[in-house]
Design a protein around this ligand. Structure first.
Ligand code: SF4
Length: 303
């Protein structure tokens, strides 16, 4: 699906497609690259060792967009991959961003971060706070390790504790199961948190099934009427594409994408600058847009 297709602005039933008009840039995400030390079969970015679909973000790229985002009043910077700490320039990029705004890093908290822990601990002295969101897919270590590799639940849990003790904010991300009792699943993590000295009540971000990068999963289409009839103005404002953007490097240059979930469809590249991207209406035609519509899926985290 692309912005030149007939179906970009209308649904298959020829109804006006739902959209979000971006209003402000509260949060700027940076994709650090799809190279990852792990190869999780469910990864919606298709990240794995050596993958180059999204190239490594460079310090020069990051500096340029940090400056533009500051002009637009950005409040925080967030980083995702792949595994950010596989990117050789990532710690320097993070140091630069922390000079200006609070930062959030999504990480699998295994060797790439563990091996840089001495440098990372020094980031606690920066002018702005740094928070880490560690992936712990299931409260059952065997299920986590079945996808991520033997021993990786314990590595990630141990790193979560070390980050907390070093003074950083911490949260976790987990997979949402169909028909789960979310409160029960969340509580199952508490004994693990206690074992590494992390508070019982840290934020747990739950992700639904997003399906693989480049897949064309069939979901109900979102019309303009759906957006106004079923959602309030407040709910529409909570869509990531309303208040954030993501920088993605492909084929040697950076583009500004509508959010963290749509970098596999070229039409969601809204241009080379944040100012241009903020003027563009985001059409809700990606299959992952339905997760935002139906269950309020978001990679962002309220403070
Ligand atoms: S996936 Fe969600 S946040 Fe991204 S463009 Fe679609 S509706 Fe907006």
């Amino acid at each position: 699906m692309n912005s030149t297709d007939d179906t970009w602005f209308t649904t298959s039933q020829n109804e006006p497609r739902g959209y979000i008009q971006p209003r402000l840039l509260d949060e700027l995400w940076f994709h650090t690259g799809t190279n990852c030390n792990l190869r999780c079969p469910f990864c919606f970015e298709g990240a794995r060792p050596g993958d180059n679909r999204i190239e490594f973000l460079t310090l020069a790229d990051a500096r340029c967009f940090i400056d533009e985002a500051l002009e637009l009043g950005v409040k925080k910077f967030s980083f995702t991959g792949g595994e950010p700490f596989v990117n050789p320039q990532f710690v320097t990029i993070l140091e630069t961003a922390l000079e200006h705004r609070p930062c959030l890093v999504l990480t699998n908290a295994t060797e790439p971060l563990m091996n840089r822990m001495a440098k990372v601990v020094g980031l606690a002295n920066k002018p702005n706070p740094l928070k880490f969101r560690v992936s712990l897919d299931h409260p059952d270590p065997a299920r986590h390790d079945a996808a991520r590799g033997t021993g990786n639940f314990n590595k990630a849990l141990d790193t979560l504790g070390r980050l907390h003790r070093a003074g950083f904010g911490v949260s976790i991300a987990r997979l949402m199961l169909p028909d789960e009792d979310s409160a029960v699943v969340d509580r199952s993590y508490v004994p693990f948190f206690r074992s590494v000295g992390v508070p019982d009540d840290i934020t747990i971000i739950k992700f639904p099934e997003f399906h693989l990068s480049g897949s064309s999963h069939q979901v109900p289409e979102i019309t303009e009427t759906c957006m106004s009839h079923y959602l309030s103005a407040e709910q529409r404002a909570a869509f990531m594409c309303h208040f954030s953007k993501m920088i993605v490097r492909k084929n040697g240059q950076c583009g500004v994408y509508a959010c963290t979930l749509v970098d596999d469809v070229q039409g969601y590249d809204l241009g080379p600058t944040l100012k241009a991207a903020m003027d563009r209406r985001v059409m809700l035609g990606h299959h992952r847009c339905y997760s935002c519509f139906a269950c309020g899926a978001s990679c962002s985290e309220n403070e």
